[in-house]
Ligand binder design. Sequence first.
Ligand code: CAA
Length: 383
Amino acid sequence: MMTTGLEAISFYIPRVYVGLDALAERQGIDPEKFSKGIGQEKIALPGHDEDIVTMAAEAAQLIIDKYGADGIDTVLFATESGIDQSKAAAVYLHRLLKLSPNCRCVELKQACYSATAALQMACSYVARKPDRKVLVIASDVARYDRDSSGEATQGAGAVAMLVSATPKVAEIGAISGLFTEDIMDFWRPNNRRTPLFDGKASTLRYLNALVEAWRDYQSNGGLSFEDFSHFCYHIPFSRMGEKANSHLAKTNGVPVDAQKVLPGLIYNRQVGNCYTGALYLSLASLLDNAEDDLGGSNVGLFSYGSGATGEFFDARILPGYRDHLFTQQQRRMLEERESVSYDNYAALWEEIDLSKGAPEQARGRFRLAGVEDEKRIYVDRNA
Ligand code: CAA
């Protein structure tokens, strides 16, 4: 069978963050509730001139600078922070990346799950057209109401994946376990900037979807629990990944091994939730931070999107994968971020009128210059 999967994976995180100690102080609670209870340290904060398109462009440009854009004829943009009800964010991105006009560009939505649908569709497509490549993007801003229980799990970021029939990083397995149920655990009606959610119930529905997807994966002939060196989960907050890891081990009647999940949580702890990108940021974290060379090993991935759809699938990490990562650049990007005070965070959280132009806050190459006549104006500072 044709091998398909990730030729490259990269991410972009905004260069500013607020520490959760500042949030704990403001809320008058023990900071360990955040650092230990939910397992988060920082919330990545986009500037007013950054959004899902600029973050996606930053992440994808890294790949294009290294591999070029030859063969890319499809951009699948997964997000639940859409900027327009009609025009796909992928079309704005397509121009910023200077991709060929002979390209299809669409946006996909199902809460935090849709990047997985995009990845699976991309693999099927390149199996049929092995000379083509697909750029899969997961880009989101996770913003909750201030002083709500979700506030500490906010974050932002984009992950870009180049999918081809010549993968260098990971081969995506053909077997999946699927599960969908119509529930209201987390949703965002069109008139709202922030989501509505039932926090505690959502964590239980997530675990239920994990078990149901795992059972379906098993019944479809998937690998057994012992075949996996590591697992990556959708990470709304890093403790959820630890809970999922324990839950799956107990479901399989095997002892819990935290090391199967911990390397995949390192980046997410420093970023917060980035919705569609959270699972793939966890994969990047595992690839960059696992001490052992993972070449030849199997990683189990669980994708969850509230509402709800879950999918369990596998990736076989390819020998030599480390030569195709952006480990040093991405670590530096996270380390060199600037910490801001609670008041500055609160100012960044508020929506502002962009019709007179956006303040220069983005530190990267791409920015949203403003909104003119209700049209978003994106610029490439290198152009
Ligand atoms: N020191 C150490 N631990 C502490 C502590 C302290 N001082 N105080 C509390 N804790 C622990 C608690 O014991 C608890 O641990 P367990 O989960 O192991 O019981 C943990 O910290 C959290 O405490 P609470 O349950 O009291 O926290 P909370 O009421 O603030 O809610 C939450 C937590 C429900 C996850 C909330 O952050 C939330 O609503 N988040 C948004 C929804 C969400 O992320 N859901 C996840 C599943 S849905 C999904 O995955 C899709 C998505 O991306 C949104």
